[in-house]
Each structure stands twice: as C-alpha cells, then as structure tokens.
Design a protein around this ligand. Structure first.
Ligand code: NAP
Length: 345
C-alpha cells in the first residue's frame, strides 16, 4: 500500500511509520516545513520515504498545492495522527489543531481519487463524562461537559470524521487509551499521563528525611477507578495490524486498550513501590484541597478526571475483527517503565 502519514514524527507516529515501512509499505510523510529536517534525521536509516511539506492548519494542507492531485492519486491509505496532545492546552490551540486541522485533512481527502482507507487517531477520552460500559459506537454530543479542552476538541474532531468522511472510502477510528513508553525498553519521548505522577514521587524522594514523615498521599482515586494504560509498542502492533488488514466497512471504531484494564490505585501504588517510596495512597473525595495540592505536586488539575474515571471501555468490535491480539503484561512492563524513567533522559 502507499500510505500517507500525518503526525509521523510524534511519539506514536514515528514508531508506527517504522513498523509500516518495515512491513514493506511505501510511506509518504507529511511534515510541517519547520519539522522537515527533524523528520529526515529521525528516518535517515529508512530508504525511499517521500517527504511532503504541509501543515494541518493550512486549508489546503500541502505547502505546494500543485502536488495535491498527484499525491491524491498515488495514495491508497491516509493515517492522521497529528494533534496537540496536552491536558492544559488553550481552547484556541486545541480547536485550531485538533478540530480545524482534522477538517482540513478531510477536505484534502475529498480530493484523493485513489484513496481507499482513512485511519483517524482519536482517544478513549472523547466520551469523558460517560459512566458504566462505553461502546466503540458511543460518541457523546459536542455540547456535553468536558473536563479539558483536549478531550473536547478530540470529541468535536471525531464527530467531523464520522460526518464528513466520504462514504466511498473505509474510515477507521483508532481510540487509544493512555499511551506509555515501550514495554520492552521503557523508551518514551514525553512525560505526561502517569509520568507526571512518577515525577512527583521522584521529587518527594529528594526531600530526604522529611520524605519519611510523608506517609499518606491523598488522591481523588476511587475504589473502581480504572487506568486504560497501553504501552506504545503494543498500540503500534495493534494499529499497524488494523492498517494492513482493514475491515471493508464504511466506518469502524476501536477502543485500543487492554482487555483487562488495571485499577488506577493499583497502578499508582505499584509505581510508588517500584520507586522505593514509602508513600501510601489514600482515596479521598474531591475537595477544594486538590487544587493547591496539584499545584505543589506540579500535576495538571485536569488529571483529576483521568484519576477518577470508572468507565468500562467495551472492546466488542476490536475483539470481533482482531481476535488474536497479544495483550500487554502490566506486571512485566511496569518495572521496565520505572527503571527507564529513573535513568532520566
Ligand atoms: N500519547 C497518548 O497518550 C495518546 C492517547 C490517546 C490518543 N492519542 C492521539 O494519538 C495521536 C498521536 O499522539 P502523540 O502522542 O504521538 O502526539 P505527539 O507526540 O504530540 O505528535 C504529534 C504529531 O503531530 C504533528 N503535528 C502537530 N501539529 C501539526 C500541524 N499543524 N501540521 C502537521 N503536523 C502536526 C507533530 O509534528 P511536529 O514534529 O511538527 O511537531 C507530531 O508529528 C494524537 O491524535 C493524539 O490525540 C495519543
């Protein structure tokens, strides 16, 4: 297949690009002009990548609009991962990058005469306020309450994808959980998600004797809070399989989370123990106390939702379409993530 990747220099994208290239796919990579050198250096060991300059904030997507028809005829598949992924992103940036950016990608798609498959990277957080079982077909209304601008913009973008993807192509929505480093090496480029928390534990250890007095750590984690963590290599394995063996239906959507999701308290407490800290998490209801506490801990306030969420992400469609996925083993990879984290960059 000829695959155009947008967002191929990012944390997930660069690994997905390598995997698809390794499997013999022909890769076209759309990069912002300012990131082109970085892209070429990242993939200098890979032959025959076609680099294209562009920006999802351009209404025409490509810097050189005259290339659009030629590229549109050449590619069979487009994978759109480009986004801003930060919990404390401003409403304007989230909207420009994630909503308008996706709208521009959809506009470009309508010009692609050879395109058969469109893979869009969404997130499990698009259904932020739902409780109980959440299905892959669920998508809450755009006017729902959201706890952060990232989740809100990704919800709006997924609505656009569902509404505006041409009916003549197969649209596949990937909804990853919280993506952490590589399960075999611990390698990662970003320190968000649980890494905020690992950082905090690391800081408390620097307090020396005083840290021994800190025994209990109150967090807004409930008994049934769940943490749908997925190592980046597992995600890439699953997404590349989906990209290479897509189902021939108009719209598919997959929750890319482990079959058995770990409880948040267990994940965080195990991390604390692996970091040799004496802290004990105690579950606490949300009070005004958390706002200053999170500031001191240098945790974004928006993390509260991610710590409390209890939704059970149903994987019915994923299990039916791809029944042989290899599940990540949390007991094996968590020590590797922590060991690599403790080394620093
Ligand atoms: N990481 C997670 O935990 C997670 C979880 C669920 C869903 N997701 C989704 O998965 C996707 C990839 O996430 P990630 O963690 O890999 O993100 P990332 O590391 O921040 O990478 C973002 C990518 O998008 C590109 N990009 C940003 N703005 C662009 C623009 N205006 N035009 C063209 N390219 C642009 C970046 O290119 P530059 O090199 O130019 O910066 C980079 O390649 C996102 O859609 C995210 O919402 C991520």
């Amino acid at each position: 297949m000829n695959i155009l990747i947008i967002g191929g220099t990012g944390f997930i994208g660069q690994r997905l690009l390598r995997k698809l290239h390794q499997q013999g796919e022909k890769i076209f990579l759309l990069s912002r002009p300012s990131s082109l050198e970085k892209a070429k250096s990242l993939f200098k060991d890979l032959s025959d990548i076609t680099y294209i300059r562009g920006d999802i904030q351009n209404t025409d997507l490509l810097t050189d609009v005259s290339q659009a028809d030629t590229i549109g005829e050449q590619i069979d598949c487009l994978v759109h991962l480009a986004a801003v992924y930060e919990l404390n992103v401003s409403p304007t940036e989230a909207h420009l990058q994630n909503v308008i950016g996706t709208q521009n990608v959809l506009k470009f798609i309508s010009r692609c005469k050879g395109l058969k498959y469109f893979h869009y990277f969404s997130t499990y957080a698009v259904n932020q306020v739902l409780k109980g079982k959440v299905y892959e077909s669920d998508l809450i209304s755009e006017s729902s309450l959201f706890y952060d601008e990232y989740a809100k913009s990704k919800n709006h973008a997924e609505h656009l994808v569902r509404k505006l993807s041409p009916k003549s192509i197969h649209t596949i929505i990937h909804r990853p959980g919280i993506v952490v480093g590589d399960s075999r090496t611990g390698q990662r480029e970003k320190e968000n998600g649980p890494y905020y928390f690992f950082n905090f534990i690391k800081q408390t250890k620097k307090l020396g004797k005083l840290s021994e007095k800190l025994k209990y750590l109150p967090l807004p984690v409930q008994k049934n809070s769940l943490m749908p963590v997925i190592p980046v290599d597992t995600l890439v394995e699953w997404s590349s399989l989906i990209i290479q063996h897509p189902k021939e239906r108009a719209l598919s959507c997959y929750h890319l989370v482990p079959q058995k999701v770990i409880k948040t308290k267990e994940f965080l407490q195990s991390s604390i123990e692996l970091m040799n800290s004496p802290l004990q998490i105690i579950s606490s209801p949300i009070t005004g106390f958390f706002s200053p506490l999170f500031k001191v801990l240098q945790l974004p306030e928006q993390l509260v939702f991610y710590m409390r969420q209890e939704a059970i992400l149903d994987r019915g469609q994923l299990n039916q379409d791809y029944p042989d996925l290899k599940e990540p083993d949390y007991n094996k990879y968590l020590p590797i993530l922590i060991e690599e984290f403790e080394k620093g960059y």
